[in-house]
Design a protein around this ligand. Structure first.
Ligand code: MN
Length: 288
């Protein structure tokens, strides 16, 4: 939870969202299908069940919703059916597996017709989606296949006018144990500069909060698939409460029947000290 960027006398509307990512629908679309495929799809159905049960007002999916652009047609239909079932707005910021641009999966199927509550960020330079009835704006930059050194949060636009300002993006948070060869860098200072209230991150399968300064809460929801069950955080999604006093509070909800994890019990990762790029690159290359 963080302090508000606003005067605490200036109440904001209370809002609740669900954040999930890295669903990778269609990852097992080969052969004659499989139990793994059925389970992956059923698991996204459970995400929708949690969204409905927890009465969220919108859903944010920062990337890798689909595994690749060649998934089966019935996977696309299933995805659209489930999104339509949520009923509230669903915002997708595409990642490296479901990028926009040439050969995008989002051009294969008329999602917005099948699921009119879906909004896909399609502008590579970045765009803000306004959920006007909710007083929420969500800014993000989608992946394309054209930019290998893509960094989703550099040079963010200033906060907009709506009381709640969120960000969504897909990439690799740079911290002291991060591997240099990983792409799509997200750094703590990038997140601080966004001045957003909450940043929904995707690309990692593990759920974790990450350091983003005093005024911004940022977290990876991790994949909803139960791969990390032993870690206590696998097979979960994030429910995010935006409180009237400006606080942002997370809860990790199980897709099974385990109790939710409170904000402070969700793992927390600290970023690298803020330094010029060349300097921290050299430190990694020298084996530090
Ligand atoms: Mn990814």
């Amino acid at each position: 939870m963080t302090k508000s960027m606003y005067d605490s006398n200036n109440k904001r509307p209370k809002r609740r969202l669900l954040h999930t990512s890295d669903v990778h629908l269609g990852a097992y679309d080969y052969g004659d299908g499989s139990e793994a495929r059925d389970e992956l799809h059923a698991n996204f159905g459970r995400v929708v069940d949690v969204a409905i049960r927890e009465k969220v007002e919108f859903v944010v999916i920062p990337g890798d919703f689909f595994d690749n652009a060649r998934v089966w047609d019935d996977t696309l239909e299933y995805a659209a059916e489930q999104i339509a079932r949520v009923e509230v707005p669903v915002v997708i910021t595409p990642g490296n597996h479901d990028h926009v641009g040439p050969n995008s999966i989002y051009d294969r199927f008329d999602f917005e017709k099948q699921a009119p509550n879906l909004r896909v960020m399609r502008v590579p330079e970045g765009e803000t989606i306004a959920l006007e009835e909710l007083d929420v704006e969500i800014w993000g930059r989608s992946h394309t296949e054209l930019l290998p050194d893509f960094q989703p949060f550099v040079s963010p636009p200033p906060r907009g006018d709506a009381p709640w300002q969120l960000g969504a993006g897909h990439g690799h948070y740079i911290h002291p144990k991060a591997l240099l060869h990983n792409s799509f860098h997200i750094r703590e200072d990038h997140l601080i500069e966004t001045e957003r209230d909450y940043i929904a991150l995707g690309h990692w399968e593990q759920m974790t909060r990450v350091a983003a300064g005093e005024l911004t809460v940022a977290a990876y929801s991790g994949a909803p698939e139960g791969l990390g069950e032993g870690s206590q955080v696998g097979g979960r999604v994030l429910i995010v409460d935006l409180h009237e006093d400006g606080r942002v509070e997370l809860q990790a909800h199980s897709l099974g029947d385990r109790p939710p994890l409170a904000h402070e019990d969700i793992p927390y990762l600290v970023g690298l000290p803020i330094e010029p790029d060349n300097q921290y690159d050299r430190r990694h290359l020298s084996g530090l």
